[in-house]
Design a protein around this ligand. Structure first.
Ligand SMILES: N[C@@H](CCC(=O)N[C@@H](CS)C(=O)NCC(=O)O)C(=O)O
Length: 209
């Protein structure tokens, strides 16, 4: 399998964590997002959205959208599971993951920040990204306030943790004071102690700058 990504992409980071948790090794192909390589014709042939990640399977099948890739991986490599078995718990884990992947990350990704910059300048772009991260993570903190730790939903990492760790990295880059989210930081610390998360960190990737 080959994963097309970029060291600083939160969505690619999620897939790297999931692959590591499953013990699955892949080749890495790097697409430099700041140089616009995600819009090159050869990449658009793989992923018409011009977004990373894309996972290419051995038979040439292409999978896009990080959460779809991770759920495919979980279904084809069931151990360790990334979602609880109980339907209600699954819904809660997914709700937390979607709060990040659908409601925070997409409104602060590279192309949205570039559009805000065009409309209002650099200061407005940075303020926008900081605000959506701060407001979104404040809600996430509440979503797991009553859940057992140390991970988001108990004693093992789930899809929720896979989405949380990259997003906290983004939030720090945009200057959010993450100390306001002690429960999220507890989960992050538990995750970062695991090699699957540590090895997936942006600074450990072959294209890190
Ligand atoms: N919902 C998508 C989001 C993918 C996404 O936004 N990727 C970003 C990097 S984290 C990207 O490729 N941005 C390039 C651009 O905005 O042009 C997923 O989860 O895979």
């Amino acid at each position: 399998m080959r994963l097309h990504g970029y060291f600083r992409s939160g969505a690619a980071y999620r897939v790297r964590i999931a692959l590591n948790l499953k013990g699955t090794s892949v080749e890495h192909a790097f697409r430099h997002l700041r140089k616009g390589e995600q819009r090159a014709p050869d990449y658009l042939a793989l992923n018409p959205q011009g977004l990373v990640p894309t996972l290419e399977l051995g038979d040439g099948t292409k999978l896009t959208q990080s959460l779809a890739i991770i759920e495919w991986l979980d279904e084809t490599h069931p151990t360790p599971p990334l979602l609880p078995t109980d339907p209600l718990r699954r819904a809660r884990v997914r709700a937390f993951a979607f709060a990040i992947a659908c409601d925070i990350h997409p409104v602060q990704n590279l192309r949205v920040i570039a559009a805000v910059r065009e409309l209002g300048g650099e200061e407005a772009a940075q303020a926008w990204a900081k605000r959506v991260n701060a407001e979104g993570l404040a809600a996430c903190e509440k979503l797991i306030a009553g859940e057992p730790g140390p991970f988001c939903f108990g004693d093992r990492p789930t899809l929720a943790d896979i989405c949380l760790v990259p997003q906290l990295g983004n939030a720090r880059r945009f200057g959010v004071d993450v100390a306001a989210y002690p429960r999220l930081l507890e989960a992050e610390a538990a995750c970062k102690a695991l090699p699957a998360f540590a090895d997936a960190a942006p600074e450990k990737q072959g294209d890190a700058e």
